[in-house]
Ligand binder design. Structure first.
Ligand code: PMP
Length: 428
């Protein structure tokens, strides 16, 4: 038995499913999860000392590659000064200043410790500021696991949603309207019917939780226009795409100013930092200034903030995003070409340092389309790539991540592996 298998069996005794976050269990692809011992640059190593090229990058944070020496040093230095104070620090101000500078729609920001906290708090703030209850989200977008966001579409068009998780009372989701991503007409109808009751619209402007799906410009513009017209708050959940698709996030690419933005992942550089922020008049509703309560024992933790600040400094180096996008595009172009040689119904797409691989003829633009891609073929592809030492997201419905350390050699190794795996898929 491999060490990964032994660890997986042991883990299941004391941890539900053996993992601390469900996707890690390989449920949708089957097989044994790899237990990771260490990571460096674009690589990580499992318990059996097998090396992998890593394309999940901790699901987004590892944009500089794993264990960047400057980040590690900043963390070590911060740790020697104390691990947590529960009182403010200058580093938190620096972090807030940096976020406000890089994302101009954010005038004020509050630091939290996870993306879930960021979106949950942004929702509460939007509801508190507008004194409205209803919210709009889109099928296939994930915003963390706050109760009112674990919702799928109701049975009819423009009916309020049903919980996607046991333990979420219908009463908690009855204010959440779930619409189709990239569907402007539905948005128009929803606002026509409920406009003045809608506290906010929350959206991933580049969706990375139903594989990679880009919003159309019209979709985001319609949303912006309708929110402004009806006094609803537009929340961009950029926990994944912020500082991942561009330095100023997806909002800088689309040139749309949301009222609030949730950030996470990259801004913590691998440690738990996330944030929500935006218009100062809205943020003024937060405690201690206003009536919307939100707090955190470890919010703005000095060690985590040191990792985040150093990461934010390094991604501002000239050419950083150019390099990241180029490498990601090389990967996608190479994998696309290899699939074409093998005459597979496959395509790949990228934006900044994020990519999507789809076992379908065309790049999907909605949850419905992405669900039609061939998950079985993905499963085979995933395991064969893993055998070649390439670690992709263990699900056909997750995006992939490239880091600045994925150099030409790493990309070429990946494309060669994909070519070889594709040829086996066609011969099956
Ligand atoms: N929003 C988005 C867009 C995410 O991708 C995620 C996590 N994948 C979250 C929120 C939740 O973040 P966390 O896992 O840090 O709670």
């Amino acid at each position: 038995m491999s060490l990964n298998e032994t660890l997986f069996q042991r883990a299941q005794i004391t941890t539900p499913g053996g993992v601390n976050s469900p996707v890690r269990a390989f449920r949708s692809v089957g097989g044994t999860p790899r237990f990771i011992k260490k990571a460096q640059g674009p690589y990580f190593w499992d318990a059996d000392d097998r090396q992998y090229i890593d394309y999940i990058g901790s699901w987004g944070p590892a944009i500089l590659g794993h264990a960047h020496p400057e980040v590690i040093q900043a963390v070590q230095e911060a740790a020697t000064l104390g691990l947590s104070f529960g009182a403010p620090t200058e580093a938190e101000i620096l972090m807030a200043e940096e976020i406000c500078k890089l994302v101009p729609s954010i005038e004020q920001v509050r630091l939290v410790s996870s993306g879930t906290e960021a979106t949950m708090s942004a929702l509460r703030l939007a509801r508190g500021a507008t004194k409205r209850d209803k919210i709009i989200k889109f099928e296939g977008c994930y915003h963390g696991h706050a109760d009112s966001l674990l919702v799928k579409a109701g049975s009819g068009l423009l009916t309020f949603g049903n919980p996607t998780s046991a333990g979420v009372p219908e009463d908690f989701t009855k204010h959440t309207l779930v619409l189709d991503y990239n569907n402007c007409e539905q948005l128009e109808s929803a606002f026509q019917q409920f406009g003045d009751q809608i506290a906010c619209v929350i959206v991933e402007p580049v969706a990375g939780n139903m594989n990679l799906i880009k919003a159309s410009e019209a979709f985001l513009q319609t949303m912006r226009r309708l929110c402004s017209h009806h006094g609803s708050i537009l929340i961009f959940d950029e926990v994944m795409c912020g500082f991942r698709v561009a330095l100023g996030g997806a909002q800088s690419l689309y040139n749309i100013k949301p009222d609030l933005t949730a950030l996470g992942k990259v801004i913590g550089g691998g440690l738990p930092v996330a944030s929500f922020g935006g218009r100062a008049d809205i943020m003024a509703h937060l405690a201690p200034l206003g009536g919307v309560y939100q707090a955190g024992t470890l919010s703005g933790n000095p060690v985590a903030v040191a990792a985040g600040l150093t990461t934010l400094k390094l991604i501002q180096k000239p050419g950083f995003y150019q390099h990241l996008s180029t490498q990601t595009q090389k990967l996608v172009d190479g994998v696309n070409a290899a699939a074409q040689e093998a005459q597979l119904d496959f395509c790949a797409d990228a934006i900044g340092g994020m990519f999507g691989l789809y076992f379908s003829k065309t790049v999907p633009t909605s949850f419905e389309q992405v669900m039609k891609s061939d998950a079985n073929q993905f499963k085979q592809f995933f395991h064969k790539m893993l055998d070649h030492g390439i670690y992709l997201a263990p699900s056909a419905f997750e995006a992939g991540f490239v880091s600045a350390t994925h150099d030409d050699k790493v990309i070429e190794t990946t494309i060669n592996a994909a070519r070889s795996v594709f040829s086996e898929l066609t011969c099956k």
